[in-house]
Design a protein around this ligand. Structure first.
Ligand code: CP
Length: 333
């Protein structure tokens, strides 16, 4: 559904917007799931993300989204997603309503429903970024909103903008995505970034996926079946040592304590993996270690000095990708 709303008209960019059409079909669209992205749309966002990187490196900021307002509504803690959306909007000249320091300071604490909160924020903002603990909450918000809603993580469901920045990072670091061997490590059951990235990787040719987790945190069966149906090469193991030598990408994730209903189960798996400098001696010279962050012990701090440790470069890429997405959904790409 294309959402029609009153966008400010800035003469500087009007001609450009007309020339580039409606941002490859993104204008006014919600971004809820990676299922919305085929290779053409991924390529479009990545091209725009490269341009955003150049823009930031050369001049820092511009006026592309001057006059536009982003509402950042976070019902769960966040550092990177919230800060990078705010930075993205501000570097493009727009403004932000930040409800990111805990919705306890908003009227949610008085019992306001998600639909009412969304219908309030759309009175002020041109686009809403939402993080919420329940799967499907972003879709619910989008159903009520007349402005685009961007899913910044819905419980153990999806985190599409993280998957976009993860894929962009792989492309930037290794120069390609087709043909890569990607190992995902940690909490593959609750890790929404793993689910979203896995779905995006299915779009590429000759991908091999290795899943490393304890038994209780294996990739959900439905997602595994999707991979098998598509003929993707898949292997599961408990041990990082089984995969590190061949991996082009080691995508490490945190065990998500907050998703466990039984604290004892969390204690059983909390320290099951740690990527150390010693383990890295077995990895290829040209590979990358990624992590959506925050980390809580899965990657030793001494690995940070290894040039293959890409997780802080990955963080910065998040801002470029979110700049590209904001410009696209607001018709200013
Ligand atoms: N990667 C990620 O979503 O980080 P935050 O929880 O800090 O936003």
């Amino acid at each position: 559904m294309e959402k029609i709303h009153n966008l400010p008209r800035l003469f500087d960019f009007e001609a450009m917007a007309q020339k580039t059409g409606n941002g490859n079909g993104f204008t006014g669209q919600d971004i809820l799931s990676v299922s919305q992205f085929d290779r053409e749309r991924l390529s479009y966002i990545f091209t725009r993300s490269h341009e955003m990187r150049e823009l930031v490196e050369r001049v820092g900021a511009c006026d592309l989204l001057k006059g536009y307002v982003l509402a950042c509504l976070f019902y769960e803690p966040s550092t990177r997603t919230s800060a990078s959306f705010i930075a993205a909007m501000e570097r493009l000249g727009g403004s932000v309503i930040p409800i990111t320091q805990g919705v306890q300071f908003s009227s949610v604490s008085k019992g306001e429903s998600l639909p009412d909160t969304i219908r309030t924020l759309e009175q002020y903002a041109d686009v809403i970024v939402l993080r919420h603990p329940e799967v499907g909450s972003a879709k619910l918000a989008a159903d009520y909103a007349s402005v685009p809603v961007i899913n910044a993580g819905d419980g153990a469901g999806e985190h599409p903008t993280q998957a976009l920045l993860d894929l962009f990072t792989i492309q930037v670091e290794l120069g390609r995505i087709d043909g890569l061997k990607i190992a995902m490590v940690g909490d593959l059951r609750y890790g929404r970034t793993v689910h979203s990235l896995t779905r995006l990787l299915m779009r590429y040719e000759d991908i091999s996926l290795r899943f490393v987790s304890p038994d209780t945190l294996r990739l959900p069966m439905a997602l595994m079946n999707e991979l098998l149906d598509q003929g993707i090469k898949v292997r599961e193991t408990h041990d990082v040592a089984d995969v590190i030598e061949n991996a082009d990408v080691l995508y490490v994730t945190r065990i998500q304590k907050e998703r466990f209903s039984d604290p004892k189960q969390y204690e059983e798996v909390r320290d099951c993996y740690e990527i150390t400098p010693d383990l890295m001696t077995r990895a290829k010279e040209k590979m990358v270690v990624m992590h959506p962050l925050p980390r809580v012990g899965e990657i030793h701090y001494h690995v940070d000095d290894d040039p293959r440790a890409a997780y802080f470069r990955q963080v910065k890429n998040g801002m470029y990708v979110r700049m590209a997405l904001l410009a696209a959904v607001l018709g200013r790409a």
